[in-house]
Design a protein around this ligand. Structure first.
Ligand code: GUN
Ligand code: ZN
Length: 431
């Protein structure tokens, strides 16, 4: 394996040691050795030990944060973004399923996946839990392209076998084998992790969910990602399709698919019993505010999530979501909380975009902050990237106010550079 980057960056550093401990070091230094964090702190503290041959990159006046984490996004829906006037089930049928069928063509798939990964990086997103299409080849392409970029991603073939066009349904009995093959080839190779990925209850037969449950038994540490309780019609249709399930969550639970690192997107209409079972199994939720507002799905109850101490990530959910920017996603989370008279501070937001998201995805042993030994994925942020932000920030009293303005007004213009394991990525031009 080739040597990874060794360098030292000068800038204002900000990261979280825990949900309640934010560390902000103005004019600090971040020393990276062979792609991992060696040391971070004040310039005085780091430069004492810094070898004289380590190149120094000067970002004075800029902010360095750990790379953002997108807890839920579709690699195959970029061109479905901003499609007019439907709620979830109609939106899937009218826009999403037709687009996802195009991924049958591997050439189309590769070019769309490259475009997608570039969108993540240019928005400062360095890790994500990703839904490809149901085609095994699309997953293979996604893993190969992410690996080529050296991105830490989690993904799995989107399993469907009913209530979708025939071309998007797995052939009977093929789900287990196709998943197993992908797992053998890609799981835990380089920075890749496989996730068991039933799209949602409606598009899987009980047999398909059992096949996925069998995979979970073979790989107990492997997590699942799926959708749950996003839309009222979806919930009632699910109950009709699975009359023996105790509730929506039980459709996944009875196959043993819950647990640490498992990602349930949305969770707007969860019942009390479901909330407590999610907490009990240490399953994570993913709040996707731009999607929930755009599709008119409803308002996620972030306070309940806190009360139950359920691990949480934020998700862009493009193409139901309307931006790849995790800053814009956080801004919408603020508004969703505000509509319910709930608190959502900039610290809450940036914790979720970094360490909190990493914990929810169960990748915090690798990324999420600048602890020694962690993989050095980070973003260089220019808070003054727009005239408006510059004018507003002239009045900012402290770092909390700066972060709040960044979260409410920020977008991809603020992302000056993105680094993966200490290597700067070129994101301005689509390859
Ligand atoms: N539920 C099932 N599939 C999808 C999807 O592609 N997007 C969203 N937002 N919800 C879903
Ligand atoms: Zn989704």
């Amino acid at each position: 394996m080739k040597d990874l980057a060794t360098l030292c960056l000068k800038a204002d550093l900000l990261h979280f040691l825990s949900e309640t401990e934010m560390e902000f070091i103005p004019n600090g230094m971040l020393w990276i050795e062979n792609g991992n964090v060696k040391k971070m702190g004040t310039a005085e503290f780091v430069s004492k030990e810094l070898a004289s041959d380590v190149p120094i990159v000067d970002y004075t006046g800029k902010l360095i944060l750990p790379g953002f984490i997108d807890g839920h996004v579709h690699a195959v829906q970029t061109q479905a973004i901003a499609s007019y006037g439907k709620q979830l089930l109609d939106w899937l049928e009218s826009y999403t399923f037709p687009l996802e069928q195009k991924f049958e063509d591997p050439q189309f798939a590769r070019s769309a996946i490259r475009f997608f990964l570039n969108q993540l990086l240019k928005n400062g997103t360095t890790s994500a839990a990703i839904f490809p299409s149901r085609h095994a080849e699309t997953s293979a392409i996604l893993f190969e392209e992410a690996s080529e970029l050296n991105m830490r991603i989690l993904a799995g073939k989107t399993a469907m076998d009913r209530n979708a066009p025939q071309a998007l349904c797995d052939e009977t009995g093929s789900t287990y084998q196709e998943n197993s093959l992908l797992i053998n080839t890609y799981h835990q190779k380089n920075r890749l992790s496989y996730l068991i990925t039933p799209r949602f209850a409606i598009t899987s037969t009980p047999e398909q969910l059992s096949a996925l449950g069998k995979i979970k038994k073979e790989y107990p540490a492997m997590a699942m990602q799926t959708h749950i309780s996003e839309n009222k019609d979806e919930v009632s249709y699910t109950k009709k399709l699975f009359p023996k399930a105790k509730n929506y969550l039980d459709v996944y639970d009875r196959e043993g698919l819950l647990g640490k690192g498992t990602l349930l997107a949305h969770g707007i209409y969860l019942e009390e019993e479901e909330w407590s079972r999610i907490a009990e199994t240490q399953t994570s939720l993913v709040h996707c505010p731009t999607s929930n507002l755009f599709l008119g799905s409803g308002l996620f109850n972030i306070q309940k999530c806190r009360d139950y101490a359920i691990p949480l990530a934020l998700g862009s959910d493009v193409g139901g979501g309307i931006s790849f920017s995790m800053l814009k996603t956080a801004a919408e989370a603020y508004k969703v909380a505000a509509l319910q008279k709930m608190k959502f501070t900039a610290r809450d937001a940036f914790y979720l975009l970094t360490l909190g998201g990493a914990k929810a995805l169960n990748i915090d042993q690798f990324v999420g902050n600048f602890e020694t030994g962690k993989e050095a994925d980070f973003v260089i942020i220019d808070p003054n990237a727009s005239e408006l932000m510059q004018a507003r920030l002239a009045l900012a009293k402290d770092i909390d106010e700066l972060l709040f303005v960044l979260m409410i007004l920020g977008d991809e213009r603020n992302i000056e550079a993105v680094y993966l394991q200490g290597e700067k990525k070129s994101v301005n031009n689509h390859r």
